[in-house]
Design a protein around this ligand. Structure first.
Ligand code: NAI
Ligand code: MG
Length: 375
């Protein structure tokens, strides 16, 4: 049966339009009689401020809620830095969109094997054995995990007191908030072959919110996902393990907003460059029975708008292109295509075809073409 996937495309500012053009080129290479893509392109960030006075319009938010997935590149730049802040500034457009979609889980995959093994080998500050193990087939047993970070609650959204001599951030979670992100982490674990363990981070030894976190994660995992392994790991020791033996954390690393923020940035150091790291923000996965709306997914690279290299055809499009693979996997039920795309990216990088940020000489467009040719 032919399926048409509606995708909202938000290139944004700086290098955003350049890397997005390559992602769309790659996406179109997957069009078949059974999978069609209906693309709608809209403004967000600085370009939206210039055109409409707002960092994101109501119409674009509605378009996001009506689409099967959103591809977002990057927003912001010096042009808007001093004039606007908060929700009115370029990044405010993204924050407003995240809120409208209630995308409460942020996923950041981190893998030293497919698709960025050769990049990790050259650019990671980690030693080869730490990344890949010492086995002959080490690469297959390399670092491979996904951080699932709760993204709409906790300390970043709690009540605040800000007096001259005292300040307070309320770090609170409800049972329902913990349940939904745990289910999502478990569903991500199930999509991996073989199923991944869920490694939940907390500070149950000192924080009340962490004690609830641990209790609810344990309850959801044992009652709803008895087939999956669950591990509770203190967040501080997890960060030590990530620096010394990251392969022992292979699986889904589930964390609240604060610990998740820290561990996902630390995880970014494993591959050693921002230009190849995609991310996904989700409010659930297709088939999730607890969802009250349709599943929403927004896919964005972890880098920003890199204004100093914009317009020169030198930006690395790999992170944005890998967002397409994540979109296939988590929003469009196209796992085979996700893997095929990741393999093609890996082969191209392994051949040494790279943009200048990774020591190569390829242009943005030429690298996109090479990935399409590899497919
Ligand atoms: P950035 O990620 O844009 O750049 C950091 C460094 O990495 C720069 O040297 C840049 O040239 C390089 N870089 C980033 N992406 C690259 C790519 N794809 N290929 C090659 N090199 C790449 O972060 P920065 O410089 O802190 O911020 C620049 C602007 O982007 C600011 O206006 C910031 O507010 C905005 N920003 C937007 C984000 C978003 O839209 N989600 C996230 C982070 C920053
Ligand atoms: Mg951060």
């Amino acid at each position: 049966m032919a399926q048409t996937h509606s995708i909202l495309v938000l290139p944004g500012d700086g290098i955003g339009p350049e890397v997005m053009a390559e992602a769309i080129k790659v996406l179109k290479a997957f069009e078949t009689p059974s999978h069609k893509f209906e693309l709608r392109q809209e403004l967000i960030g600085g370009c939206s401020i210039d055109a409409t006075g707002k960092s994101v319009t109501e119409e674009v938010k509605q378009a996001a809620l009506a689409s099967d997935a959103v591809l977002f590149a990057a927003v912001g730049g010096p042009k808007w830095d001093n004039a606007r802040r908060g929700l009115d500034g370029p990044e405010g457009g993204l924050l407003q969109l995240r809120k409208a979609m209630d995308i409460y889980a942020n996923l950041r995959p981190c893998s030293s094997s497919s698709p960025s093994a050769s990049i990790a080998k050259e650019f990671s500050p980690f030693r080869h054995e730490i990344l890949f193990g010492s086995g002959k087939d080490g690469e297959a047993e390399g670092v491979d995990f996904v951080v699932v970070r709760e993204n709409c609650g906790g300390a970043y959204f709690g009540r605040k007191v800000e007096d001259p001599t005292y300040a307070m951030d309320e770090w609170g979670y409800s049972e329902a908030e913990i349940e939904r992100v745990t289910r999502l982490a478990a569903e991500v674990a199930l999509r991996h072959n073989p199923p991944w363990p869920v490694i939940s981070l907390d500070k149950a030894n000192v924080l009340a919110s962490s004690r609830l976190w641990r209790r609810v994660v344990e309850k959801v995992m044992t009652t709803e996902y008895p087939q999956l392994k669950v591990v509770h790991q203190l967040a501080d020791s997890a960060s030590l393990i990530l620096a010394t033996n990251p392969r022992s954390l292979n699986g889904v690393i589930l964390a609240d907003n604060t610990f998740g923020d820290m561990i996902s940035d630390q995880a970014g150091s494993i591959v050693g460059t921002l230009g190849v790291l995609p991310s996904a923000s989700l409010n659930g996965l297709p088939g999730d029975k607890s969802l009250k709306t349709r599943p929403y997914g927004l896919y964005e690279p972890t880098h920003g708008s890199a204004p100093t290299i914009a317009g020169k055809n030198i930006a690395n499009p790999v992170a944005m292109i890998l967002c397409v693979a994540l979109m296939f996997r988590y929003s469009l039920n196209m796992e085979a295509e996700a893997t095929r795309l990741e393999d093609a990216v890996r082969k191209v990088l392994d051949k040494g075809l790279r943009t200048p940020d990774l020591g190569g000489t390829m242009g943005t467009k030429e690298l996109g073409d090479a990935i399409v040719a590899e497919l």
